[in-house]
Design a binder for this molecule. Structure first.
Ligand code: FPP
Length: 243
């Protein structure tokens, strides 16, 4: 995006991205599906850097859903290993990432993730907590319905403890108990690979999101595609239910 374009549009504060099409990308090249995820993880890294440089404040990537455990064990373990590589690398590059103001968050139910991954996530999250140029949420073992269920249980416990009355529960209580608590809702959700669905991604938060779809497969996604999505978004007329 040129400096001029950037100066003249209103940027989405929060972008959600569904990294889809890795398997098909690999198949097209006669490679195993895991190779597609590996290429996808590289694109994830590049897009994080680029989004930060142009001034996006929040970026949420759908990396592994609560339903993805149904995939062959070999594929699941390859994706877990990509998380490990990424977490190791993030630790190695901590100083550089801190200087860039990158805050990392993991959204989803991490209780069932392998111990080493969970510990690394907790550590990196804590150590980047005060960075405020860009927040990158990686959704791992994430499901929107699961997230809402988790929030409902937390609120029900407060009711059970007599802290609040059922009638007093409001939208802010639900927002405040989501994994994304304290963050703005996504303004723009991008799904490449020719699929036109949300697949349980940020279903509560996406109530007024704008959507951008494309046939490009995630490993082929570049900063130019992100620019295009942002420029298209800037032309949309968002009314949030008003006129
Ligand atoms: C969907 O494509 C992609 C996934 C379920 C996994 C995404 C994971 C990564 C990109 C790696 C994550 C690691 C880091 C460090 C971010 P698909 O496999 O469903 O593709 P297909 O529809 O073409 O089969």
């Amino acid at each position: 995006m040129t400096k001029e374009e950037l100066a003249n549009i209103s940027l989405p504060r929060h972008i959600g991205i569904i990294m889809d099409g890795n398997g098909r990308w690999a198949k097209q090249r006669g490679l195993g599906r895991s190779e597609g995820h590996k290429a996808g993880a590289e694109v994830f890294r590049r897009i994080c850097e680029y989004a930060r440089d142009i001034g996006i404040e929040y970026l949420t990537f759908y990396a592994f859903s609560t339903e993805n455990w149904k995939r062959p064990a070999e594929e699941v373990s390859a994706i877990m290993n990509l998380f490990r590589d990424y977490l190791d690398e993030a630790k190695e590059r901590e100083e550089e990432n801190n200087e860039k103001g990158m805050c990392v968050r993991y959204i989803g139910d991490r209780s069932v993730l392998p111990d080493d991954i969970r510990l690394m996530m907790n550590e990196l999250e804590k150590r980047s907590d005060d960075k405020d140029v860009i927040t990158i949420n990686l959704a791992v073992n994430y499901g929107g319905r699961d997230e809402i269920l988790h929030a409902v249980k937390a609120i029900a416990k407060r009711v059970e403890a007599g802290e609040i009355k059922a009638d007093e529960i409001n939208l802010k209580d639900i927002d405040g108990n989501l994994y994304t608590a304290g963050q703005p809702d996504p303004d723009l959700i991008i799904r490449p690979s020719g699929e036109y669905r949300l697949s349980n991604f940020l279903i509560w938060q996406a109530a007024y999101s704008e959507f951008w779809f494309s046939d490009i497969l995630w490993p082929d996604f570049t900063s130019e595609h992100l620019d295009k999505a942002i420029l298209d978004f800037a032309k949309r007329n968002r009314r949030f239910g008003g006129v």
